[in-house]
Every structure is written in C-alpha cells, then in structure tokens.
Write a protein that binds this ligand. Structure first.
Ligand SMILES: Cc1ncc(COP(=O)(O)O)c(C=O)c1O
Length: 432
C-alpha cells in the first residue's frame, strides 16, 4: 500500500499494508514465494546486490518477498522504521541481543516477564559474558539505578506475562534517553492495536507473532520493529556493531548509511544473515493474512476479557484477579493511558484452595483448551508455575509475582456466555 501521504487508520493499514496486487498477474492475494534463491540478471547485478549498492533478492535466508510483505504490514501498524520477522519470539530476542551486546555488556531486564526470555538471557547469553541485571520495572528509579557503563538496553513487556503489570512506558523512555540506551518493549500481550510503544518513546519493539498477530494458533514467529528514534551514532563505543565500521559487512557504518533504520538494517542484513533465524514464507503468508483482522480481534478479545475478569472477580471461589481493565488493578490508571483501545485478552487469577483446586479447575474445563499458547482466537488456560515459568527457580518465580496458584487465562473470541458457562462449571467442580 502506498499511503500517498494519507494518515490511514489502523484497520485500513492492517488490511492494505505490505501488499497490493501482483504487478505481473494482477492477483490480489499475496503469493507465497517458495524459493531458496533468485536468478541474477548478470554477474555485475549479483555483485551489486551483494555490495548493497542495489536492492533486490539474493537468498531467502536474507529476504523473501512474502516475508517482506508481512514485515511491511507489521511495521506500518507499530509505526517503526523497519521490521524484521523471525522464526520465533525467542529468535527475535536472540537476534536483537546479539546485535546490541558483546561479552562484558549487560541488559537491564524486568523480572516480571515471560520465563523463556529470562531463561534465554540468564542461561544462554550469560555463557557468552552477556549479563542480566534484574529489576522491578514497575519502579523506574530501580531501573535507572541498575544501569551502568556496560548496559546496552532496558527490556520489559507492555503487559507482563503472566502477572499483568503495565509498563510505565514514558518514565522508562525518559530514563533510557537520559542514559543513552535503547528501551526495548515486548508488545506481545498488547499488540500494536492496543498500544504502540514507539509512540511513547520505546526504541525497539519485539513480538512473539505466534500469539495475537497470528491469532489462529498455527504459526511460530517473532518480529523486531526498529523505532527509528535512537541516535546510535552518538554512542559508537557502546554500539560498535551499528555505529562503527562493520568488518562483517564491507566496513559499512550502519548508523551512517541507513540513518533512522540503522538497527533494522543491522538486523536484516547482518544478524539474520549470520544467525539465520529467518521466517518461513508460508508462515509469513499466514501472518500477513491474520494481520488484516487483528484490530477486530483485539477489540473482541478486550471486550470478552473484561466481562470474564468482572465475572471472576465476583465469583466466591476466586481468590484474586489481575486484569488491567479492572479498577482493582494497581495500574488501572496507567492502563487507561497506554491501553486506550482496550486491555487485551489476558487475565491472571487464582482459585481458592491453592494449587490442588487450580488443577481440579483446569481439568474440569470443557470448551476452554489447556495448552502452552496464548492470543489464540480460542480461549486457553495454563498454570505458569509448572509450565511456562517452570525453568525459573522458586525464588525467581516469587520475585516475578508468580504464585503456585496463579492461572493464566487467554480469553478468545467465542460467545461470552459460553466462555463464562465453562468457567463457572469448572469453578463449581473445583470449589473447596
Ligand atoms: C511475552 C512473550 N514474549 C516472547 C515469547 C517467545 O515467543 P515464541 O514462543 O514465539 O518463541 C513468548 C512466548 O510465550 C511470550 O509470551
């Protein structure tokens, strides 16, 4: 889509960005370019593509037209300067951290985020000398105090998985700017429909596109969106891979050659080439298709989840409920600012009677699925302490606020009465 200077709305961009009819055939559907490589026109053409003096396709680990269409679509929704889509959310974090950090550097990271991200940082990157400094990012002053000369970024989630804390985006962005490090926001739970972190000052956005972006539970994917608003060239010693000549890429200086798309270019041209976590064209096709309905789905997820959270809060067998749209949520005021389009489909709650009652509840569900995913159009539950966050130590789980009884509910798009009926029947079976 070319917007011809028009400021199209979210739904229009979701439907039109990234693809408009095949110029060769007129086909309106996005083709799935199932190819590993692309025919060069001549040896000079091949050399020009390899030296970046001409744009074009070389090899599908580096780029692919179907993947590019999805990347353009998601980038348009997040309002970035470029998007790189990868084979998973984990892969997105791997490529981003590898682009920003060297041995001896560290990331300042919220302790209330997805367990897999913490495990990747603390068990894998730590072995390469990249350290993690855990903080409670709900308290921005803790974040600022933790930053030192070796810090290369602040990482948190718009809405934390699974305890549903809302990130103080503007305060974190101010700190990041003052300290000369990028603010990296995992926007998986909110999606760009409910929150666009770049508008609040974030410098890079991450997604597990496996979740709401797909919505159909049929893709594993990840994405990084460059905010285009970080001055890499001001910090050449901190970010030599972006702001100094890169010997792995003809000594180009990404910050000079690509300006506000420097991070995107570094990720796209160097990191995906070297680490190889590229997205499959077929999965990019499915994700591009899903993008078209994302605004509608997020509206319905948010509506269904608010009603579900209110039902749970009233239920005598429920101990507590955390949903940013409830006035009882400690950051409900912040949710009203940052999550204007609704608070999404995720709820955390606990059933009275502890872990045993929680297990009984999950096993008594009929319509609602029990699986390790979220953001699906179908409602899903999981028990994080024994699954998604089980690699963390009990102390780490406690620090992250993940009690043994916490149940994570991903509210889908079904008729609300059916969701509530299933929850109600399972709560009755579990009641102590
Ligand atoms: C918030 C968040 N970020 C990242 C990831 C990792 O994504 P993936 O499973 O696509 O690798 C997940 C997975 O659950 C997640 O919930």
């Amino acid at each position: 889509m070319s917007d011809n200077g028009k400021n199209f709305g979210m739904m229009t961009r979701a439907l039109h960005s990234g693809w408009k009819n095949d110029p060769a055939t007129g086909a309106s559907g996005l083709p799935v370019y199932i190819t590993s490589a692309y025919q060069f026109k001549s040896t000079e053409h091949a050399a020009r593509l390899f030296s970046l003096s001409e744009e074009g396709y070389i090899y599908s680990r580096l780029s692919n037209p179907t993947v590019s269409a999805f990347e353009e679509g998601l980038n348009s929704l997040e309002g970035g300067s470029g998007c790189v889509s990868l084979s998973s959310g984990q892969s997105a974090f791997t490529h981003l951290i590898a682009a920003l950090c060297s041995s001896g550097d560290n990331m300042v990271v919220s302790k209330k985020i997805y367990g897999g991200t913490l495990t990747l940082l603390q068990n894998v990157f730590s072995r390469f000398g990249i350290n993690t400094i855990l903080v409670d990012s709900d308290h921005p002053c803790q974040v600022e105090q933790a930053i030192n000369d070796e810090t290369r970024g602040i990482i948190t989630e718009t809405i934390g998985n699974p305890i549903m804390n809302v990130a103080p985006l503007e305060a974190l962005a101010r700190i990041a700017k003052r300290q000369g490090v990028p603010l990296i926001i995992d926007n998986t739970f909110a999606s760009p429909v409910l929150c666009r972190p770049i508008e609040w000052g974030a410098n890079a956005v991450i997604h597990s596109t496996t979740k709401y972006i797909s919505g159909n539970g049929n893709v594993i994917g990840g994405a990084i969106i460059d905010g285009g608003n970080f001055d890499w060239s001001a910090y050449p010693d901190k970010f030599p891979g972006i702001a100094k000549p890169d010997p792995a890429y003809h000594n180009i200086v990404f910050a000079e050659k690509f300006g506000n798309s420097a991070l995107y270019a570094k990720l796209h041209m160097a990191m995906v080439r070297d680490l190889g976590g590229c997205q499959s064209p077929f999965d990019a096709y499915l994700l591009h298709l899903s993008l078209g309905t994302l605004p509608l789905r997020m509206e319905r997820h948010s509506r269904n989840a608010l009603e579900t959270a209110q039902f749970l809060e009233r239920h005598p067998s429920v101990e507590w409920v955390r949903y940013p749209g409830l006035s009882s949520h400690p950051q409900n005021d912040m949710a009203k600012v940052y999550l204007k389009g609704g608070c999404g489909g995720m709820i955390a709650f606990s059933v009275k009677g502890g872990i045993e009652a929680g297990k009984k509840f999950i096993e008594a569900l009929d319509l609602i699925g029990h699986m390790a995913n979220l953001g699906d159009s179908r409602t899903i539950v999981i028990h994080p302490a024994s699954t998604t966050h089980s690699q963390l130590t009990p102390q780490q789980r406690e620090a992250a606020g993940i009690g043994e009884g916490l149940i994570r509910l991903s509210v889908g798009l079904e008729d609300i009465d059916d969701i509530i009926e299933d929850l109600s029947a399972a709560l009755s079976s579990a009641s102590v």
